[in-house]
Design a protein around this ligand. Structure first.
Ligand SMILES: [Zn+2]
Length: 358
């Protein structure tokens, strides 16, 4: 397929740019994209409104819902000769990791930690993402959507990195649950929110066709939005949450979910607590081994808090010491090692202040 202009980033990772998208790609599984594409690629797909919607998929190679959703949308339109309501810039991200069905390859920087604001500005992936922002910003995008999956039992929810009304309107097209976060840094939606309204959407676990249908409906809704409403999102239309702390297992500590001895013996079904309001004293697991290890608890937001005070260790039980709403608690050891055990959140109001009791 014919490529339009492209540059090579300093460390050799190249962004491939195409006009349009070949229809044969619409039947290719995410794991086979490497057979058709040479690397991370942007497709410029025309629509009736020339201001584009950026849609990014597969920044994490094993998170297939975004790609399947885009295939659904494009098949419906291109297959039937019906133009998109709005032009789409489609970024297909980490196809090398997709080939192996993993989030990120061991020799790569995470494609969703490498955007401007990243802690790894020297990485080849960071140069690539700077180039993406430059290419996309030049087209004056209408909005940006980054589509992800996660590993635990989580409802579908949207994330924003700014509390501006247009971003919240966009988020609300996906879900009434909206999480505001400022850390981790280097994520797509934080970088793009400096250019246009931008959201990350979390579509539950990978490989679920209902999730792809939901994400496809969201893409269609965003493409069809002619302009953002003038009025603010009504308060009763949105459940706004902010991450207070991020919980990690120290790299040299062991953990288990099946009760077998380890420094941290987490509850087998720990992810079932995600997005429920938990009281102090709620148990996350028990300490094992020599019972001296502690979770690494770091701030995840702008609250005036002492992160370590969120978790208590009484009589070997690992318990919550503050009212909080967990998210992304996972039973996937690889996710724990690569990212975190999970987050603890509070409800906030539109100004970012903690609201009511949680
Ligand atoms: Zn992801």
């Amino acid at each position: 397929m014919a490529e339009t202009d492209h540059k090579t980033t300093r460390a050799g990772l190249r962004l491939h740019c195409f006009q349009g998208i070949p229809e044969r790609l619409l039947d290719v599984s995410f794991r086979d994209l490497w057979q058709h594409l040479e690397g991370p690629s942007i497709f410029d797909i025309p629509g009736r409104d020339a201001r584009p919607l950026l849609v990014s998929v597969l920044l994490h190679g094993n998170e297939d819902t975004g790609w399947t959703a885009v295939q659904n949308v494009l098949r419906r339109h291109l297959g039937a000769g019906i133009p998109l309501a709005r032009r789409m810039l489609l970024l297909v991200g980490n196809i090398a990791a997709a080939k192996d069905n993993v989030r990120t390859l061991d020799n790569q920087t995470d494609y969703n930690r490498a955007w401007p604001g990243t802690r790894y500005p020297e990485a080849a992936e960071s140069a690539l993402m700077r180039e993406v922002v430059e290419v996309v910003a030049a087209e004056r995008p209408f909005a940006s959507i980054d589509i992800h999956n996660n590993t635990g039992n989580n409802p579908h929810y949207a994330c924003v990195n700014r509390l501006d009304e247009n971003g919240l309107h966009l988020a609300r097209l996906f879900s009434r649950t909206v999480v505001y976060f400022t850390r981790p840094v280097g994520v797509q939606s934080a970088a793009m929110s400096k250019v246009c309204p931008a959201v990350t959407v979390e579509c539950g676990v990978p490989g679920n066709s209902a999730a792809a249908v939901h994400a496809a409906e969201f893409i269609e809704a965003a493409l069809s939005l002619a302009a953002f409403p003038e009025h603010p999102v009504p308060g009763h239309d949105i459940d706004l949450l902010q991450t207070a702390v991020i919980m990690r297992v120290p790299p040299d500590a062991s953990f288990s979910y099946d009760g077998s001895d380890a420094d941290f013996r987490f509850l087998e079904d720990i992810d079932l607590m995600n997005f429920s309001e938990l009281e102090p004293g709620t148990r996350l697991g028990r300490l094992g081994g020599n019972k001296t290890r502690r979770l690494t608890v770091v701030p995840g937001g702008d609250f005036d808090i002492v992160p370590e005070s969120y978790i208590a260790y009484d009589d070997g039980a690992i318990t919550l010491a503050e009212r909080a709403i967990p998210a992304m608690l996972t039973r996937d050891p690889r996710a724990v090692r690569l990212d975190c055990l999970g987050y603890l959140m509070h409800r906030i109001d539109r100004t970012g202040k903690r609201s009511e009791t949680t």
